[in-house]
Design a protein around this ligand. Sequence first.
Ligand code: EPU
Length: 312
Amino acid sequence: MQVSAAILPLQALRAAFGKRLRPGVSIARYTSARIGGSADALVDVHSAEELAEAAQMLWKLDLPFIVLGGGSNMLVSDAGVREVVLLNQSSRVKFGDESQPTVWAESGASLGAIARQAARKGLGGLEWAAGIPGTLGGALVGNAGAHGGNLSMVLDLADILHREKGKLQWSAPDLAFKYRESWLKRNPGQAVVLSAQLALSHSAEREIRAQMDTFLAYRRLTQPPGASMGSMFKNPPGDSAGRLIEAAGLKGKRIGNAQISPLHGNFFLNLGEARAVDVFALIQAARRAVQAQFGIELELEIELVGEWQPSH
Ligand code: EPU
């Protein structure tokens, strides 16, 4: 999130990235909520190597940037994004041989797709991830999880490009994972994830699929379809953000075309052309009501991206 509007030097960016630079790109279509204004500059990256080169170039030019993966855990402001957006379309996936039940993938690969490919090969460990939207890189930064599993539990090694230290291989302790958090989330702009290797286990395809189907059915029953950001708030210790928002009487509350899902209180929906400020007003309403009625401060799970007023 940034509050001051820096003007990006488009000529220098054009010289660095050529045709891969796209100025003035509407970001909404790259997010799962389908919300957000334009990015001043977007650069397409198609591989881990291109991502590393682009990050290095931007650090050299001292220009701020964000890496956009699946856009599934963020709310982009209506005013848009003043940092350079690196659109991570890297997608290579490689499985280890028989003796090594592992998968290595570039950070732009879809986590759900990796989980489904693993199932087809009789490799378990990612059953919880089948229905999670977004990329491996995003999942690693935010320690994505569901149904008792999370990324920190399966990470073998992550290939990281660190602004000062260059290329590093980090294991789970280096990434200092917490609930829906990692070192990378707490230190924005300091490093990017290029790729990662996950540890899997041999298992019967039938069993893996049965487990995935159970999880997917639970999601279909409890979570709304349609455009949203996924879980809006982290669950406070020992409780659930959805339950608290429901108990505060806010399920179904609507501002403009943004609505707190009538099905699950921690999902905020875009009913069609919703504005980010309207979603933000719902966030504030939920926080205030839960604070006033239960004395609990809800913490955002999603990231606010782009240019927001200082009061936000
Ligand atoms: N609940 C309510 N009212 C609601 C919603 C939920 O009373 O409106 C109650 C449910 O009845 C249940 C409890 O709250 O007893 C927990 O709800 P649920 O099982 O739906 O799980 P959750 O805690 O809301 C978490 C993750 C999800 C993940 C599911 C399933 C967080 C913030 N959310 O949701 O992850 O899919 O468990 O494992 O940790 C995500 O992080 O984006 C995400 C979708």
